[in-house]
Write a protein that binds this ligand. Structure first.
Ligand code: ADP
Ligand code: MG
Length: 320
């Protein structure tokens, strides 16, 4: 594999972003803007974060970029640029690298994002590290620390689908809506448009669901120094989830993760804007709970059959 040629081929012929001054080809990229700049990086290692057994190179690229874009959505930002650092193992041929980049480009084009740089090295395990750059109007970024007592808690989409899809792939299992669940695992949809449509709301605490809603709720509660109580019955599930055991549903919806949906809190009177945002962006939303004062010990509670029990950050909650 010839590195210089490879980079020439991966380089975009045209760029979308008006703020770009210099993309791939110099020692570094340059852009200019009046907005607040939001930046994040995520690394995916073969055998740890993904497996070639359950994903093609195309999906590896697509999902890695989706995970990063989801971080932008969770900040209320508009994703604009990405840089890709890749460790290429010996068993990967040039066309595999192109396929992986094609997966990223498919999603990048949807958001008019530009690839403006990266690094290429060889090594033992396929590793992709994506640096993401987004923009948001001055002082309009959304934070985890903005939940207040009395807020209502909402989430987008349905939860647990991606974990279910991974399970079906690993177990080579057939199921009703198998293709749907697998798609949710391989090609998740970051909720950028929805988060942008919330701009009219003065205060929103926001987080994306990468590690399971239990973990994300803990992050909001701890950062905001509040407690959160959710209602089990209001956690949104895909209708075909009912074919799986209660234990599996429970595990996937609370601790499964990688759905890349959004979870957040708003004041009750902001609910009309929330509903309008859901409507104009064709996003399912559910009101799942409320924000309470932090009293002692636990940050997140789950109400089921009239009883409220602490919901751990991860792992299985044993209901007596
Ligand atoms: P340098 O030695 O100055 O870092 P490189 O040869 O690593 O130069 O990179 C040359 C150009 O190609 C830079 O613009 C860099 O950002 C870009 N680039 C290198 N590797 C990748 C990659 N895997 N994906 C995208 N752009 C890359
Ligand atoms: Mg370099």
């Amino acid at each position: 594999m010839h590195e210089f040629q490879l980079i020439q081929q991966l380089k975009q012929k045209q760029y979308h972003q008006a703020s770009l001054i210099k993309g791939v080809g110099d020692d570094a990229a340059v852009f200019r803007t009046n907005d607040d700049i939001i930046t994040a990086v995520d690394t995916f290692v073969e055998g740890i974060h993904f497996s070639k057994k359950t994903m093609s190179y195309y999906h590896v690229g697509y999902r890695a970029l989706a995970a990063n874009i989801s971080d932008m959505a969770a900040m209320g930002a508009n994703p604009a640029y990405y840089l890709v650092s890749i460790v290429i193992p010996n068993d990967m041929v040039e066309s595999d690298v192109h396929t992986l980049y094609d997966g990223m480009k498919a999603l990048a084009d949807e958001y008019k994002m530009d690839l403006i740089g990266g690094d290429t090295v060889s090594g033992e395990h396929l590793t992709i590290s994506i640096t993401m750059i987004g923009m948001v109007a001055k002082n309009k970024a959304r934070y985890r620390h903005d939940a207040r007592v009395g807020d209502i808690v909402f989430t987008t989409g349905t939860l647990g689908d991606a974990s279910c899809g991974l399970h079906l792939l690993l177990e080579e299992m057939d199921a009703i809506d198998r293709a749907y669940f697998i798609q949710r695992h391989r090609m998740p949809t970051p909720r950028v448009a929805f988060a942008q449509a919330l701009q009219g709301i003065k205060r929103v605490s926001l987080n994306d669901i990468s590690d399971g809603i239990a973990s994300e709720l803990h992050e909001i509660a701890v950062a905001s120094k509040v407690a959160i109580e959710i209602d089990d019955i209001n956690i949104p599930l895909h209708p075909s989830m009912t074919q799986f055991s209660q234990e599996m549903q429970h595990q996937w919806k609370y601790f499964g993760g990688e759905d890349f949906e959004l979870v957040g809190t708003i004041e009750e009177h902001s609910i009309d804007i929330l509903k309008e945002a859901a409507k104009v962006t064709n996003t399912k939303i559910s009101i799942i709970g409320k924000v309470l004062p932090y009293e002692s010990g636990h940050s997140v509670y789950m109400k089921q059959d009239g009883r409220s029990v602490p919901l751990p950050k991860d792992g299985y909650v044993h209901l007596k």
